[in-house]
Design a protein around this ligand. Structure first.
Ligand SMILES: [Zn+2]
Length: 195
């Protein structure tokens, strides 16, 4: 049975220092570099990313799946069993996961901002790492408590953002995707100069 909201909010307040922002920053930058490898290995992927606005829905979904599958290999993880699938529109939700499956919603696939795509392609795998192994900057016991006391966005948005597992995943997603398209464009210019 789910504990009542007031109880869960008190638990979240007690976890305020669970997250070390410098540790998450460091982790996120390593995750970002790992993702850049995905594009260094394939000019086709790079071209897809930089022409995201022109890709149709199916091509966007296929690209997102490859990007997430690659993200799931970060840090020597081997979560290739995690299924990535499209789920019908769910209001403002962009992605979600239970640790076994990552759902991507219409709102993300219809959005033209590729940085946002990269952000979700880091945010959801970060949740998988948290759930499956506690293999992030949070201890596994913090993750378990955070899942038990989880406040959903629809219950209270500020507390949803304060859930330790959300604070960490948001920070990872944002740091790993900041100005990402610009970095890819610089990479493409490098290819062209070399050609
Ligand atoms: Zn999340």
């Amino acid at each position: 049975m789910k504990r009542d909201l007031a109880y869960r909010k008190r638990q979240i307040d007690r976890e305020k220092s669970a997250l070390s922002f410098s540790a998450v920053q460091n982790y996120a930058l390593r995750f970002r570099n790992h993702t850049l490898e995905f594009f260094k290995k394939s000019k086709k992927r790079l071209d897809e990313a930089l022409s995201w606005k022109k890709l149709d829905f199916g091509a966007r979904l296929a690209h997102f799946k490859k990007l997430v599958k690659h993200a799931l290999s970060f840090g020597g993880n081997d979560y290739y069993d995690v299924e990535v699938k499209h789920a019908k529109s769910d209001g403002n939700t962009l992605g979600s996961t239970d640790g076994n499956c990552i759902n991507v919603y219409d709102k993300l696939l219809k959005n033209d901002n590729y940085d946002k795509v990269v952000e979700v392609a880091k945010h959801e795998p970060a949740h998988v790492f948290q759930i499956r192994k506690g293999d992030t900057t949070l201890s596994h016991s913090t993750v378990i408590r955070s899942i038990e006391n989880y406040v959903h966005a629809q219950e209270d948005y500020a507390y949803y953002r304060a859930n330790p597992i959300e604070q960490e995943a948001w920070k990872i997603g944002q740091t790993a995707s900041e100005n990402f398209t610009k970095t890819l464009r610089d990479m493409q210019n490098g290819y062209q100069r070399a050609a």
